[in-house]
Design a protein around this ligand. Structure first.
Ligand code: 5GP
Ligand code: ZN
Length: 142
């Protein structure tokens, strides 16, 4: 797609530090290197976000993740864990609108990556949760 920075990376028009590439995905080091080894996995097909995937593309792309994750876990002796993040929409911190999956090796709590989950469980009764679940289930499609 014109003017898509990641399509240009796929085409080799913008250089990238490639870790893995096949007919479905390209995996390369994120320029920001939130932690050492921070990698992006992108589908070669231009899809904006998770909402544009079909089942087959999702199966093909996500099938590649464990192989790359295992290589990241082994690449340095102090890799203790790995966060896998996929941002969808500006409100969810997506800044490049060609879908991508972040693989962020973790070295410790103060390694530069942080994520917080609020605990709002006190605000949710079982009935409220059931209503939310039903509303979501009503929208499940194949
Ligand atoms: P997002 O914020 O959309 O989830 O993540 C986009 C990521 O793309 C950011 O972490 C950013 O550092 C990375 N990025 C943006 N432009 C380039 C680039 O030209 N090369 C590489 N390797 N990464 C990029
Ligand atoms: Zn693109």
């Amino acid at each position: 797609m014109d003017n898509c920075i990641f399509c240009k990376i796929i085409a080799g028009e913008i250089p990238s530090t490639v870790i893995y590439e096949d007919e479905v995905v390209k995996a390369f080091l994120d320029i920001s290197q939130v932690t050492p080894g921070h990698t992006l996995v992108i589908p070669k097909k231009h899809v904006k976000d998770i909402f544009e995937y079909d089942t087959q593309l999702a199966a093909d792309v996500f099938a590649r993740i464990p192989k790359i994750a295992k290589a990241l876990k082994k690449f340095a002796p102090d890799v203790a864990g790995l966060n896998i993040i996929n941002n969808n929409g500006a409100v969810a911190y997506q800044s490049v609108f060609h879908s991508h999956i972040h693989l962020v090796p973790r070295y410790g709590k103060e390694d530069g990556f942080a994520m917080t989950f609020a605990d709002n469980s006190a605000d949710y009764t079982p009935e409220k949760l059931a209503n939310i679940a039903q509303s979501i289930k009503n929208n499940l499609e194949d």
